[in-house]
Design a protein around this ligand. Structure first.
Ligand code: PMP
Length: 348
Protein backbone atom coordinates (compact mmCIF):
# COMPACT_ATOMS: atom_id res chain seq x y z
CA UNK A 1 0.00 0.00 0.00
CA UNK A 2 2.84 2.40 0.86
CA UNK A 3 4.59 1.24 -2.30
CA UNK A 4 1.48 2.20 -4.26
CA UNK A 5 1.38 5.59 -2.53
CA UNK A 6 5.07 6.10 -3.31
CA UNK A 7 4.56 5.17 -6.97
CA UNK A 8 1.77 7.69 -7.46
CA UNK A 9 3.13 10.40 -5.20
CA UNK A 10 4.30 12.68 -7.98
CA UNK A 11 1.59 11.91 -10.50
CA UNK A 12 -1.76 10.55 -9.32
CA UNK A 13 -3.40 8.37 -11.98
CA UNK A 14 -1.90 10.34 -14.85
CA UNK A 15 -3.43 13.60 -13.62
CA UNK A 16 -0.02 15.28 -13.78
CA UNK A 17 -0.41 16.24 -10.13
CA UNK A 18 0.44 14.89 -6.73
CA UNK A 19 -2.62 14.54 -4.47
CA UNK A 20 -0.97 17.26 -2.35
CA UNK A 21 -1.17 19.68 -5.27
CA UNK A 22 -4.82 19.11 -6.10
CA UNK A 23 -7.60 21.51 -5.34
CA UNK A 24 -9.80 19.81 -2.79
CA UNK A 25 -12.81 20.87 -4.84
CA UNK A 26 -11.52 19.45 -8.12
CA UNK A 27 -12.94 16.27 -9.65
CA UNK A 28 -9.82 14.24 -8.81
CA UNK A 29 -9.87 14.85 -5.09
CA UNK A 30 -13.66 14.71 -4.94
CA UNK A 31 -13.44 11.20 -6.34
CA UNK A 32 -10.72 10.26 -3.82
CA UNK A 33 -12.69 11.42 -0.78
CA UNK A 34 -15.93 9.97 -2.16
CA UNK A 35 -14.35 6.55 -2.66
CA UNK A 36 -12.69 6.66 0.77
CA UNK A 37 -16.00 7.42 2.43
CA UNK A 38 -17.85 4.74 0.46
CA UNK A 39 -15.21 2.11 1.29
CA UNK A 40 -15.26 3.00 4.98
CA UNK A 41 -19.06 2.88 5.02
CA UNK A 42 -18.94 -0.57 3.47
CA UNK A 43 -16.18 -1.87 5.77
CA UNK A 44 -17.88 -0.81 8.98
CA UNK A 45 -21.41 -1.28 7.62
CA UNK A 46 -22.19 2.29 8.66
CA UNK A 47 -26.00 2.67 8.53
CA UNK A 48 -27.43 5.21 6.09
CA UNK A 49 -28.67 7.50 8.87
CA UNK A 50 -25.11 8.11 10.06
CA UNK A 51 -22.73 10.69 8.62
CA UNK A 52 -19.02 10.09 8.19
CA UNK A 53 -16.96 13.23 8.80
CA UNK A 54 -13.30 13.73 8.00
CA UNK A 55 -12.08 16.37 10.42
CA UNK A 56 -8.91 17.69 12.07
CA UNK A 57 -7.68 18.35 15.58
CA UNK A 58 -7.28 14.73 16.65
CA UNK A 59 -9.22 12.89 19.30
CA UNK A 60 -8.21 15.47 21.87
CA UNK A 61 -10.02 18.23 19.99
CA UNK A 62 -13.07 15.96 19.83
CA UNK A 63 -13.00 15.92 23.64
CA UNK A 64 -14.15 19.54 23.40
CA UNK A 65 -16.11 19.19 20.17
CA UNK A 66 -18.30 16.40 21.59
CA UNK A 67 -19.76 18.49 24.44
CA UNK A 68 -20.02 21.56 22.20
CA UNK A 69 -22.09 19.53 19.72
CA UNK A 70 -24.19 17.48 22.10
CA UNK A 71 -24.96 19.48 25.21
CA UNK A 72 -27.81 21.47 23.71
CA UNK A 73 -29.64 22.92 26.71
CA UNK A 74 -28.39 20.29 29.15
CA UNK A 75 -25.63 20.89 31.64
CA UNK A 76 -24.36 17.47 32.55
CA UNK A 77 -22.66 14.58 30.80
CA UNK A 78 -21.65 11.15 32.08
CA UNK A 79 -18.19 9.66 31.64
CA UNK A 80 -16.89 6.18 32.32
CA UNK A 81 -13.22 6.35 33.20
CA UNK A 82 -11.13 3.32 32.27
CA UNK A 83 -7.66 4.77 31.67
CA UNK A 84 -5.57 7.77 30.73
CA UNK A 85 -7.56 8.73 27.63
CA UNK A 86 -10.97 8.78 29.28
CA UNK A 87 -9.44 10.80 32.12
CA UNK A 88 -8.41 13.39 29.53
CA UNK A 89 -11.84 13.32 27.87
CA UNK A 90 -13.77 14.07 31.04
CA UNK A 91 -11.26 16.73 32.09
CA UNK A 92 -11.77 18.63 28.86
CA UNK A 93 -15.55 18.27 29.06
CA UNK A 94 -15.51 20.02 32.44
CA UNK A 95 -14.79 23.26 30.57
CA UNK A 96 -18.27 23.04 29.05
CA UNK A 97 -20.48 21.20 31.52
CA UNK A 98 -20.55 19.39 34.78
CA UNK A 99 -19.32 15.84 34.56
CA UNK A 100 -20.67 12.83 36.38
CA UNK A 101 -18.14 10.00 36.58
CA UNK A 102 -20.58 7.13 36.21
CA UNK A 103 -17.86 4.58 36.90
CA UNK A 104 -14.10 4.49 37.21
CA UNK A 105 -11.56 1.71 37.47
CA UNK A 106 -8.85 4.09 38.67
CA UNK A 107 -8.78 2.74 42.24
CA UNK A 108 -8.04 -0.68 40.76
CA UNK A 109 -5.18 0.66 38.59
CA UNK A 110 -7.30 0.47 35.41
CA UNK A 111 -7.07 -3.31 35.23
CA UNK A 112 -10.67 -3.93 34.18
CA UNK A 113 -13.75 -2.23 32.79
CA UNK A 114 -16.46 -1.65 35.39
CA UNK A 115 -19.51 -3.76 34.39
CA UNK A 116 -22.48 -1.72 33.30
CA UNK A 117 -24.60 -2.79 36.27
CA UNK A 118 -22.17 -0.92 38.55
CA UNK A 119 -22.43 2.37 36.63
CA UNK A 120 -24.14 5.24 38.41
CA UNK A 121 -25.55 7.13 35.47
CA UNK A 122 -27.19 10.48 36.08
CA UNK A 123 -30.90 11.00 35.46
CA UNK A 124 -30.77 13.00 32.28
CA UNK A 125 -27.22 13.32 30.93
CA UNK A 126 -26.63 14.99 27.55
CA UNK A 127 -24.63 11.87 26.59
CA UNK A 128 -22.58 9.03 28.01
CA UNK A 129 -18.93 8.86 26.97
CA UNK A 130 -16.64 5.83 26.94
CA UNK A 131 -13.22 5.04 25.50
CA UNK A 132 -13.50 1.62 23.89
CA UNK A 133 -9.76 0.97 23.76
CA UNK A 134 -7.45 2.57 26.29
CA UNK A 135 -4.22 2.81 24.35
CA UNK A 136 -1.98 3.42 27.35
CA UNK A 137 -3.52 1.02 29.88
CA UNK A 138 -4.31 -1.68 27.33
CA UNK A 139 -7.98 -2.13 28.25
CA UNK A 140 -10.57 -2.86 25.57
CA UNK A 141 -14.36 -3.19 25.60
CA UNK A 142 -15.58 -6.42 24.03
CA UNK A 143 -19.19 -5.50 24.77
CA UNK A 144 -21.25 -2.41 24.03
CA UNK A 145 -23.07 -0.55 26.79
CA UNK A 146 -26.83 -0.57 26.45
CA UNK A 147 -28.29 2.70 27.63
CA UNK A 148 -31.85 1.57 26.91
CA UNK A 149 -31.62 -1.12 29.56
CA UNK A 150 -30.24 1.56 31.89
CA UNK A 151 -33.42 3.61 31.43
CA UNK A 152 -31.81 6.16 29.09
CA UNK A 153 -33.20 5.18 25.67
CA UNK A 154 -32.68 8.63 24.15
CA UNK A 155 -29.24 9.37 25.56
CA UNK A 156 -26.45 9.29 22.96
CA UNK A 157 -23.60 6.86 23.55
CA UNK A 158 -20.31 8.44 22.50
CA UNK A 159 -17.11 6.42 22.05
CA UNK A 160 -13.49 7.35 21.54
CA UNK A 161 -12.49 4.51 19.21
CA UNK A 162 -9.12 6.00 18.21
CA UNK A 163 -6.92 3.04 18.86
CA UNK A 164 -8.98 0.04 17.79
CA UNK A 165 -11.34 1.19 15.07
CA UNK A 166 -11.02 -1.08 12.01
CA UNK A 167 -9.35 -3.80 14.09
CA UNK A 168 -12.60 -5.79 14.00
CA UNK A 169 -16.23 -5.37 12.98
CA UNK A 170 -18.17 -3.05 15.31
CA UNK A 171 -21.91 -2.52 15.35
CA UNK A 172 -22.06 1.21 14.60
CA UNK A 173 -25.82 1.26 15.22
CA UNK A 174 -25.20 0.60 18.92
CA UNK A 175 -23.33 3.90 19.20
CA UNK A 176 -24.49 7.42 18.43
CA UNK A 177 -21.08 9.00 17.94
CA UNK A 178 -17.73 7.33 17.32
CA UNK A 179 -14.60 9.38 16.92
CA UNK A 180 -10.90 8.83 16.63
CA UNK A 181 -7.58 10.16 15.47
CA UNK A 182 -6.51 8.38 12.30
CA UNK A 183 -2.97 7.53 13.22
CA UNK A 184 -3.45 3.95 14.42
CA UNK A 185 -5.45 1.83 11.99
CA UNK A 186 -6.67 4.45 9.52
CA UNK A 187 -3.80 6.49 8.16
CA UNK A 188 -1.52 9.42 8.89
CA UNK A 189 -1.88 11.73 11.88
CA UNK A 190 -3.70 14.94 11.12
CA UNK A 191 -6.99 13.33 10.13
CA UNK A 192 -9.82 12.77 12.61
CA UNK A 193 -12.76 10.53 11.89
CA UNK A 194 -16.24 11.15 13.28
CA UNK A 195 -19.21 8.86 12.65
CA UNK A 196 -22.35 10.48 13.95
CA UNK A 197 -26.04 9.66 13.91
CA UNK A 198 -27.61 12.24 11.61
CA UNK A 199 -30.41 13.06 14.05
CA UNK A 200 -27.81 14.51 16.44
CA UNK A 201 -26.64 17.20 14.04
CA UNK A 202 -27.72 20.77 14.61
CA UNK A 203 -27.41 20.96 18.39
CA UNK A 204 -24.07 22.79 18.58
CA UNK A 205 -23.65 25.49 21.19
CA UNK A 206 -23.36 29.00 19.71
CA UNK A 207 -19.76 29.15 20.93
CA UNK A 208 -18.79 26.07 18.87
CA UNK A 209 -16.36 27.06 16.08
CA UNK A 210 -18.07 26.54 12.70
CA UNK A 211 -15.27 24.24 11.54
CA UNK A 212 -16.06 22.00 14.53
CA UNK A 213 -19.85 22.05 14.19
CA UNK A 214 -20.64 18.54 12.94
CA UNK A 215 -23.70 19.81 11.05
CA UNK A 216 -21.68 22.41 9.18
CA UNK A 217 -18.99 19.84 8.37
CA UNK A 218 -21.60 17.27 7.27
CA UNK A 219 -23.40 19.76 5.03
CA UNK A 220 -20.11 20.66 3.39
CA UNK A 221 -19.20 16.96 2.90
CA UNK A 222 -16.13 17.40 5.11
CA UNK A 223 -14.98 20.38 3.03
CA UNK A 224 -16.13 23.31 5.14
CA UNK A 225 -12.48 24.13 5.47
CA UNK A 226 -9.69 22.55 3.44
CA UNK A 227 -9.56 18.93 4.54
CA UNK A 228 -6.26 17.10 5.17
CA UNK A 229 -6.26 15.87 1.60
CA UNK A 230 -3.15 13.71 1.57
CA UNK A 231 -4.11 12.02 4.85
CA UNK A 232 -7.58 11.27 3.44
CA UNK A 233 -6.01 9.85 0.29
CA UNK A 234 -3.76 7.52 2.32
CA UNK A 235 -6.70 6.54 4.53
CA UNK A 236 -8.57 5.63 1.34
CA UNK A 237 -5.71 3.33 0.32
CA UNK A 238 -5.82 1.75 3.79
CA UNK A 239 -9.57 1.14 3.48
CA UNK A 240 -9.00 -0.52 0.13
CA UNK A 241 -6.18 -2.61 1.57
CA UNK A 242 -8.47 -3.82 4.38
CA UNK A 243 -11.12 -4.73 1.82
CA UNK A 244 -8.48 -6.67 -0.11
CA UNK A 245 -7.54 -8.55 3.06
CA UNK A 246 -11.12 -9.80 3.31
CA UNK A 247 -12.64 -6.96 5.33
CA UNK A 248 -12.90 -6.52 9.07
CA UNK A 249 -13.88 -10.10 9.88
CA UNK A 250 -10.61 -11.29 8.32
CA UNK A 251 -8.64 -8.50 9.98
CA UNK A 252 -10.17 -9.50 13.31
CA UNK A 253 -8.98 -13.09 12.90
CA UNK A 254 -5.45 -11.86 12.27
CA UNK A 255 -5.57 -9.51 15.23
CA UNK A 256 -6.93 -12.24 17.49
CA UNK A 257 -4.14 -14.59 16.46
CA UNK A 258 -1.53 -11.88 17.07
CA UNK A 259 -2.87 -10.95 20.52
CA UNK A 260 -3.31 -14.58 21.60
CA UNK A 261 0.24 -15.41 20.54
CA UNK A 262 1.66 -12.56 22.59
CA UNK A 263 -0.51 -12.91 25.70
CA UNK A 264 0.06 -16.70 25.76
CA UNK A 265 3.81 -16.16 25.80
CA UNK A 266 3.54 -13.58 28.59
CA UNK A 267 1.19 -15.79 30.63
CA UNK A 268 3.44 -18.83 30.35
CA UNK A 269 6.29 -17.14 32.13
CA UNK A 270 6.89 -15.66 35.59
CA UNK A 271 9.66 -13.57 34.10
CA UNK A 272 7.04 -11.28 32.55
CA UNK A 273 3.75 -10.09 33.96
CA UNK A 274 0.64 -8.34 32.73
CA UNK A 275 -1.95 -6.50 34.79
CA UNK A 276 -5.14 -6.26 32.77
CA UNK A 277 -7.95 -8.73 33.48
CA UNK A 278 -8.08 -11.33 30.66
CA UNK A 279 -11.63 -10.36 29.61
CA UNK A 280 -10.55 -6.77 28.88
CA UNK A 281 -7.12 -7.29 27.40
CA UNK A 282 -6.64 -5.02 24.42
CA UNK A 283 -5.81 -6.74 21.15
CA UNK A 284 -4.06 -3.58 19.99
CA UNK A 285 -1.98 -2.43 22.95
CA UNK A 286 -0.28 -4.94 25.21
CA UNK A 287 1.40 -3.44 28.27
CA UNK A 288 3.69 -5.84 30.10
CA UNK A 289 6.40 -5.74 32.72
CA UNK A 290 9.62 -7.54 33.40
CA UNK A 291 9.39 -9.01 36.90
CA UNK A 292 12.86 -7.56 37.49
CA UNK A 293 12.60 -3.98 36.28
CA UNK A 294 16.38 -3.56 36.47
CA UNK A 295 16.46 -5.51 33.23
CA UNK A 296 14.30 -2.97 31.36
CA UNK A 297 17.17 -1.21 29.62
CA UNK A 298 19.04 -4.37 28.52
CA UNK A 299 15.69 -5.74 27.30
CA UNK A 300 15.03 -2.64 25.19
CA UNK A 301 18.61 -2.56 23.87
CA UNK A 302 18.39 -6.17 22.73
CA UNK A 303 15.00 -5.58 21.17
CA UNK A 304 16.27 -2.60 19.21
CA UNK A 305 19.21 -4.66 17.90
CA UNK A 306 16.66 -7.10 16.46
CA UNK A 307 14.58 -4.36 14.88
CA UNK A 308 11.85 -4.65 17.52
CA UNK A 309 11.09 -0.99 18.06
CA UNK A 310 8.96 1.27 20.25
CA UNK A 311 8.50 -1.24 23.04
CA UNK A 312 9.08 1.14 25.94
CA UNK A 313 5.89 1.53 27.97
CA UNK A 314 4.11 4.85 28.29
CA UNK A 315 5.54 6.92 31.13
CA UNK A 316 2.24 6.77 33.04
CA UNK A 317 2.39 2.99 33.28
CA UNK A 318 6.08 2.15 32.87
CA UNK A 319 7.35 -1.25 31.78
CA UNK A 320 6.83 -2.23 28.15
CA UNK A 321 4.04 -1.90 25.65
CA UNK A 322 3.66 -3.69 22.34
CA UNK A 323 1.26 -1.86 20.06
CA UNK A 324 0.19 -4.37 17.46
CA UNK A 325 -2.11 -2.42 15.17
CA UNK A 326 -3.44 -3.74 11.87
CA UNK A 327 -0.18 -2.95 10.08
CA UNK A 328 1.78 -5.35 12.31
CA UNK A 329 1.86 -8.83 10.76
CA UNK A 330 1.71 -12.05 12.79
CA UNK A 331 5.36 -12.61 11.86
CA UNK A 332 6.26 -9.38 13.70
CA UNK A 333 4.50 -10.61 16.85
CA UNK A 334 6.19 -13.98 16.45
CA UNK A 335 9.57 -12.23 16.27
CA UNK A 336 8.75 -10.44 19.53
CA UNK A 337 7.70 -13.71 21.18
CA UNK A 338 10.94 -15.37 20.06
CA UNK A 339 12.87 -12.49 21.57
CA UNK A 340 10.87 -12.60 24.83
CA UNK A 341 11.77 -16.29 25.22
CA UNK A 342 15.38 -15.76 24.25
CA UNK A 343 15.78 -12.86 26.70
CA UNK A 344 14.24 -14.93 29.49
CA UNK A 345 16.60 -17.82 28.75
CA UNK A 346 19.63 -15.57 28.91
CA UNK A 347 18.56 -13.45 31.89
CA UNK A 348 16.03 -15.61 33.81
N1 PMP B 1 -7.74 8.86 22.60
C1 PMP B 1 -7.06 7.72 22.42
C2 PMP B 1 -7.72 6.43 22.78
C3 PMP B 1 -5.75 7.75 21.92
O1 PMP B 1 -5.07 6.61 21.75
C4 PMP B 1 -5.17 8.99 21.58
C5 PMP B 1 -3.78 9.09 21.00
N2 PMP B 1 -2.93 8.08 21.26
C6 PMP B 1 -5.92 10.14 21.78
C7 PMP B 1 -7.20 10.05 22.29
C8 PMP B 1 -5.37 11.49 21.43
O2 PMP B 1 -5.40 11.58 20.06
P1 PMP B 1 -4.79 12.83 19.26
O3 PMP B 1 -3.35 12.89 19.62
O4 PMP B 1 -5.04 12.43 17.85
O5 PMP B 1 -5.55 14.03 19.66
Amino acid sequence: MLTEAAAEMLDWHGSGMSVMEMSHRGKEFTSIIGQAEADLRELLAVPSDYRILFMQGGALAENAIVPMNLLGNRHEADYVVTGAWSIKSQKEARKYCSVNIAASSEADGFRAIPPQDTWRLSKNPAYVHICTNETIHGVEYFWTPDLKSAGLPDTPLVADVSSHILSRPMDVSKFDVMYGGAQKNIGPAGLTLVIVREALLGRALPVCPSAFDWKTVAEAHSMYNTPPTYAIYIAGLVFRWIKGQGGLAAIEQRNKAKAETLYRCLDESDFYRTQVAPACRSRMNVPFFLADERLNEPFLDGARERGLLQLKGHKLVGGMRASIYNAMPLAGVQALVDYLREFERSHG
